[in-house]
Write a protein that binds this ligand. Structure first.
Ligand code: FES
Ligand SMILES: [Fe+2]
Length: 402
């Protein structure tokens, strides 16, 4: 059953299924393969920002499941993405998360050399290949799109249109922060969590836990926090600084020093917004920053959470201090969420676990699960199919769905 949530509705109808995804779906390797192939690799993934790679030769790499890619700034200033895979024997071409290449891409294994546009310039000891048709051995391209200064890639064709079309309902609000101008702060998130990727988003997708689990957020915006549905797969949560915020030191000093960019409209000058990017990411806006983060499965029980914070290029001392304090609040929140994700995730292996029992305040979590179920109807089953039948059962359910 799919619940219908009217835009801005306080509560959905009372007869919805509150159980969440069944526990087996968080610990099943065959399912993860399907999720990777059918969902994660077929949806736009955020790699970074155009100002992470400002000069020709700058690159960022991005790994997801079996795939590896990198984005490279070309000599003419444009961006291209390639599979990070040498056509000789598959070595990585670029080896770091980000870096700079001079003039050409040189494979670290045997020294094949590629041009920035991916064409093969030459193999080491070329005569040892008899005839080597260079045109057949260029780097394979990966689809790339840029929206509001953020770089996205997609490994396989998928159901989403361009990023601009997909995220159009966010354009005015996120655009009001002038994200194209922003520059990286260097505050890279990159941590490994012992949880299934879906558990990270489950914690993120509801504000019911904020009052109990996040003392700093509760102090900052408390019950001003609201969830809003912006359309299919687009859900936003917002909180504004509340009257009397600042019982905690970091919150008090943050609110006191918060200095919004002059271009920000009035209704966003004391607002933190969380803009979901289906299926595995979020943009967070504050008056000083925009950050993204995303969860990327390593295996069924482990995920990398990766993200970055961006700021305005010119900052006053006060803005800089506010940004530092907002980062402190956000880091504390992240640590709290991490613990909650771990506990919830590991509970699903216990004999005592039956199912979730969701509040009306967790309806976005349910809506996110519905979005996943639409793509992978096998998620509706109470018990897992045999691993070797996972894809086949899913296809059969796709054919049979309403
Ligand atoms: S694997 Fe790249 S040159 Fe051999
Ligand atoms: Fe949280």
């Amino acid at each position: 059953m799919t619940i219908h949530i009217p835009p801005g509705a306080a509560t959905p109808a009372n007869d919805w299924d509150r159980r969440g995804l069944p526990g087996w779906t968080y610990h099943n390797p065959a399912l993860l393969e399907l999720e990777m192939d059918q969902i994660l690799l077929r949806h736009w993934q955020i790699v970074g920002h155009v100002n992470d790679v400002p000069k020709p030769g700058d690159y960022m790499s991005f790994d997801l499941g079996p795939e590896r890619a990198f984005v490279l700034r070309q000599q003419d200033g444009t961006l291209r993405a390639f599979h990070n895979l040498c056509r000789h024997r598959g070595s990585r071409i670029v080896t770091e998360g980000s870096g700079h290449c001079k003039n050409a891409l040189v494979c670290p294994f045997h020294g094949w050399v590629y041009n920035f546009d991916g064409t093969l310039r030459g193999a080491a000891r070329p005569t040892s290949f008899a005839e080597l048709d260079k045109h057949k051995f260029g780097l394979k391209p990966v689809e790339l799109d840029v929206w509001m200064g953020f770089i996205f890639i997609r490994f396989k064709p998928g159901p989403q249109e361009s990023v601009a079309a997909t995220l159009a309902p966010y354009a005015t609000e996120i655009g009001s922060h002038l994200p194209e101008l922003m520059v990286p702060t260097g505050q890279l998130w990159n941590s490994e969590l012992p949880v299934n990727w879906k558990s990270v988003r489950d914690v993120d997708n509801e504000g019911y836990h904020v009052a109990m689990a996040h003392p700093a957020l509760q102090d900052l915006y408390g019950f001003t926090y609201r969830d809003t549905d912006y359309g299919p797969q687009l859900r936003v949560s917002k909180g504004t600084f509340k009257e009397g915020a600042g019982r905690m030191w970091s919150v008090r000093h943050y609110v006191r020093n918060s200095t919004p960019h002059p271009a920000l409209p009035e209704d966003r000058r004391s607002l933190w917004g969380y803009y979901g990017v289906f299926p595995n990411a979020v943009f967070i806006t504050t008056p000083e920053t925009i950050q993204f983060y995303q969860e990327l499965p390593i295996d069924v029980n482990r995920s990398i959470v990766r993200g970055m914070v961006y700021r305005y290029p010119e900052e006053s001392r006060k803005q800089r201090l506010a940004r530092y304090l907002s980062y402190r609040i956000d880091r504390a929140t992240y640590a709290e969420d991490t613990q909650l994700a771990i506990w919830s995730n590991e509970s699903m292996k216990s004999s005592a676990f039956d199912s979730f029992h969701l509040s009306d305040h967790e309806r976005f979590l349910r809506a996110h699960h519905d979005d996943l179920r639409r793509l992978l109807p096998v998620l509706k089953l109470d018990h897992p199919p045999a691993p070797e039948r996972m894809a086949e059962v899913n296809s059969a359910l796709h054919g049979a769905r309403d």
